[in-house]
Design a protein around this ligand. Structure first.
Ligand code: KDG
Length: 332
């Protein structure tokens, strides 16, 4: 993060999506009214960083349809540079419908409609060296390599470009079982985690990468094993009950979650990524980065949609100040 002449703070590559979310929780067969939200893991991360005052850009492909226009105007409205997003005639932007809080409270299911989406055609030729080398951080989720064989190659290529240019490479596996099996995902995750400087993951993804089911129960040991793959910093999302743990240069940190009313958990993981990277970009201590991550994530789960509640810097500070003033807050 010592680069000074970068045009961007963070560039990411991935598929923007449109989410249709039923107003009521419950089975989709019973849902009648839906609203639409811009979504997509990398887009969420970039919007979060943009709101926190950083220069961001997305590398992607969308269609020329109205929903593609919707995601593009949302990203632009949030200050994300979309000049590296190609518009492909005859293709669409991916869509998903969420089934919220059913049958397991607090858990969602999704139906994807992304077979014809433009982002699935991203290939090595679509990866702009110029965008990546002009950034301080390049971020990728494991959703991008899951989209197609060409996306997998492009993901590896982009990550290697970041390494070649000395750009910090941030990776969040974001395992999506509807997109690929554990057996297919594992080798891709291991390669990308091995290239990453900064790795974000939850206990399930840690278990996929490490091939053991103990990550959630022994976070410090899991973080140490993950850091042996290569990343200097690893952040483990332990869920609302467990908080966040991190290991940086061998030093272990843990912060608890903030207790807030949970409405919709989708987007919480992306908020962890944007909050943490924003802290790193300001050379904050790991503990501060984790608190920004936990606060961003707490805010996001209080509202439906993925990114709507991502905070500005001002709102983040207000939230943290209010939480610290409250008697329930346990800084540990
Ligand atoms: O992290 C939130 C994303 O999972 C959501 O927006 C959908 O990107 C998404 C995906 O591909 O599942």
């Amino acid at each position: 993060l010592s680069k000074t002449a970068s045009e961007y703070d963070v560039v990411a590559m991935g598929e923007p999506l449109v989410q249709f979310s039923p107003l009521e929780s419950g089975p989709l067969s019973q849902a009648g009214i839906f609203d639409k939200h811009a979504a997509g893991a990398e887009s969420n991360v970039l919007i979060g960083l943009s709101r926190l005052g950083h220069k961001t850009a997305l590398i992607s492909k969308v269609g020329t349809d109205e929903l593609s226009r919707f995601v593009l105007t949302t990203l632009r409205g949030e200050g994300v540079d979309t000049r590296w997003v190609k518009q492909v005639a005859g293709k669409n932007v991916g869509v998903y419908i969420a089934q919220r809080n059913y049958p397991v409270p607090g858990k969602n299911d999704v139906i994807y409609f992304r077979g014809e989406s433009a982002a699935g055609t991203i290939s090595v030729a679509d990866v702009p060296d110029g965008a990546i080398k002009r950034s301080k951080v390049f971020h990728l989720s494991g959703i991008t390599p899951a989209l197609s064989v060409s996306c997998r190659r492009a993901s590896l290529h982009a990550s290697r470009l970041a390494k070649k240019h000395g750009v910090m490479f941030s990776f969040d596996p974001n395992y999506r079982r509807k997109l690929w099996s554990v057996a297919s995902a594992r080798p891709a995750f291991r390669s990308l985690a091995g290239l990453a400087d900064l790795l974000f993951l939850d206990a399930t993804e840690a278990s996929i990468i490490l091939g053991s089911a103990r990550a959630g129960r022994r976070p410090e040991a899991a973080l140490r094993a993950l850091s042996e793959l290569g990343p200097e910093t690893v952040v483990l999302k332990l869920g609302a009950e467990g908080g966040l743990a991190a290991l940086k240069k061998g030093k272990y940190f843990h912060v608890p979650s903030f207790k807030v009313p949970v409405v919709d958990v989708i987007g919480a993981g992306d908020a962890v990524v944007s909050g943490f990277i924003a802290g790193l970009l300001r050379n904050e201590d790991v503990r501060v980065c984790l608190r920004w991550a936990a606060a961003s994530s707490a805010l996001v789960v209080m509202r439906r949609g993925d990114f709507e509640n991502l905070p500005t810097r001002h709102d983040l500070q207000n939230f943290l100040a209010a939480m610290e003033a409250s008697s329930d807050f346990d800084p540990r």
